[in-house]
Design a protein. Sequence first.
Length: 759
Amino acid sequence: MSEQETAAYPTTIDETLSPNSLKVLQKRYLKKDESGQPIERPSDMFARVARNIASAEAAFGASPERVDEVARDFYELMTSLDFLPNSPTLMNAGRELQQLSACFVLPVGDSMESIFDAVRDTALIHKSGGGTGFSFSRLRPSGDQVRSTQGVSSGPISFMRVFNQATEAVKQGGTRRGANMGVLRIDHPDILDFVKCKLDGDFQNFNISVALTEAFMDAVGTGEPYDLLNPRDGEVVGQMDAREVYDLIVEMAWATGDPGIIFIDRMNRDNPTPLLGEIESTNPCGEQPLLPYEACNLGSVNLSRFVRYGEAGPEVDWDGMADVVHRGVRFLDDVIEVNEYPLAKIGELARGNRKIGLGVMGWADMLIMMGMSYDSDEAVALGEKVMGFIEAEARLASVKLAEERGTFPNFEDSVYDTPDGLRMRNATVSTIAPTGTLSIIANCSSGIEPLFAVSYVRTVMDNDRLIEVNPLFEDLALKQGFYSRDLMALIAEHGTVHGIDSVPENVQRTFVTAHDIAPEWHVRMQAAFQKYTDNAVSKTVNFANEATIDDVRHVYDLAHQLGVKGVTIYRDGSKDNQVLSTGKTAKSGKGDVEFVRHGEIEPRPRPSVTMGRTEKIQTGCGNLYVTINSDEQGLCEVFTQMGKSGGCAASQSEALSRMISVSLRAGVDPQAILKHLRGIRCPSPAWAQGGKVLSCADAVGIAMEHYLEWMETGHASTTVSKNNDGLVNLAGACPECGGSLEHESGCSVCRACGYSKCA
């Protein structure tokens, strides 16, 4: 875009964005030069996107003057922060890549050719900035016959590892991390292995969900067994107790956050083009059911922008909201026209069905401005009313577009092709997506989630501690006269305003956070929005650490009862649990699993006499000497010493070795420890002993591998084996800025810098 074209657009957005918005845009969205410095202002980015998307109007006969008029309207739509499209559109529109969709689903067929075609296609999508969903339900179970080779199948879990490693390779070379959703039907014979596949920390590039059928849920209700089907021929190959399997799913979700559940029959009930195929999977965040080779582009209406204060108090600006919905639908339909899809098959189906997903953000802000508590019947009722209004207006806008441009090409294969059916331009119009980074740009709450915190402390350079306060709370506290820096610090320490006497009781009720709200209210709110959403609703049900397995089961039951299409839960601190398999489980891969909660085990005392060995490994920080010792019960301690004294690397290695020693004496499996050490990266890797040592932590893992081999065989390897996994980050802390991570729909998002990881 020329300087003259850019100058024609107002630039006030550059001065009005919040500091966090500017930081996120500069780091992740604005064009940069070869040195990584931004060469765009936010206003330039919005102008670039507006002109590029509006260029689609020419394909429908618009004059150059009309195209420019639409571009200016799109620019105002975005810079007002009333509406924002999904991240790939902001990043890529008007640039060389021009891939504007976030959501894709690929088929995985039951042949080696189909599987590795899907791996290749996944790499291309991840390279372009998209996320992928798969169903592995077509793959025959492990141990099943393969006639072409007279061998046996390794099953879907083994092939998931191939996809996971391919994602890791692309992630290392790309600018955005690829994210995957893995789905397996509940009636697949390998379902137990799938449910437990993330116990050992594997599949870090996957969210996983079990596709529950209505037949299975009926069997759970009646306590009857259900059939397992071989996908190769559909034959019944066994039965399992439905309640036992359901209980295992609940226990795994309680322990690790995975698997989520999707109600696959409900998704296909609302499939607008059933003649084109069945829905098998969703995108990585769970909210966009798609056919194989289908894509969807998303956008969000900022609800916090549509509260007006009249004589009778706050009220919703329905006319303003309707206007933005109609403009947003036109914007998203134009995105389809100019989008350059990573695969020809995807482009064909995306343009054939023209699915769009208009959703919302800023819902918690709207409730606060309306004076409503998130966990209240009136808030749930307003949620239904708001989404019902948006859905109705979005469909009306799609019908009007169809009058201008024609219905979507696959209309005759759709449920709309009836005498009384709507003549739609788009097969679907609404989706509630997670809006982690978009909501930072818009300075509003994310999706339909409650507030994550009212006040929190952010550490910046030179260890300065800044207190960040929700702007709505800060404004109210100033107006009502109870604001003080000490109070804000106290709230940040507590994580909630509940129980703080200096905060008025009505304010405490309004400013509830995710952990103040009983889990059932999360589900009720999700169901309220799902009632009027074509696709599905992204929502995380948050639990306190002390929540029980029965609490999680109640939420899963309620989700089924209230008609949602899927549910994701996260129990605070669940990643800190140690998960122990019973003997029966360890041998067979099936059976009960024992969970030991944090704080319930203590390390055994350090013995007075140990024996072991010391290994020198070259790292990017210098030579690291790793000493590993055992007692009569096995490995019991690790010591590390840097070849050069002092420094951060030495102190961090000492801290690491102390934590490993405590874990070993507490009974943690050494293999589990080294699995998490191997693959941790630092900025200074080194080549040593025929392999790459990625960090000091990686070096300790290598030494532990060699020590275990020495104990078993009497001699140890002198080479460095390949890493099991890629980058490993500590849960709860942002790896880029050290801020707090919020768990949202299977993703981790940092609202301080915009970092996100969707698996």
